[in-house]
Design a protein around this ligand. Structure first.
Ligand SMILES: [Zn+2]
Ligand SMILES: [Zn+2]
Length: 129
């Protein structure tokens, strides 16, 4: 059965905000960006919609950075680099992964590769000190 997903204007604004940002935003970031335009927006609404978008597969959760889940509007396969210093999330090309035998654990639906380290800006800052 074909299901056409229609979003309310508020939903649409949240989705567009994530998709137009290349910083892999958190719910708090989306809320801060949209609040001036949508005065009755609540953080709970942003969280609820993000959960819905994840279920619909239109956004991906990249990972938890400093206690905040970060989201990606780019659902094409790619990898990420997360800076442990400033929490910046950068895109990297997709990586071929040797897929192990999953039979003993379950059925795999995908795989994402995330690198952790220190980004160039933070490396520069450290070098200057
Ligand atoms: Zn950094
Ligand atoms: Zn990404």
């Amino acid at each position: 059965m074909e299901r056409v997903t229609r979003y309310s204007p508020k939903r649409q604004a949240i989705l567009e905000c994530i998709c137009s940002a290349d910083c892999h935003p958190s719910a708090e970031w989306v809320y801060a960006m949209l609040k001036p335009q949508i005065p009755d927006l609540s953080l709970a609404t942003v969280y609820r919609n993000l959960a819905r978008f994840r279920e619909d597969g239109v956004v991906l959760a990249v990972g938890n950075v400093d206690g905040q889940e970060r989201y990606d509007g780019d659902t094409a396969p790619h990898s990420h680099f997360i800076c442990r210093e400033c929490g910046k999330v950068s895109d990297l090309p997709a990586i071929e992964v040797a897929v192990p035998n999953m039979a003993t654990v379950g059925k795999s639906e995908g795989c994402s590769v995330t690198f952790y380290g220190c980004c160039n800006e933070c490396l520069e800052k450290t070098a200057q000190n």
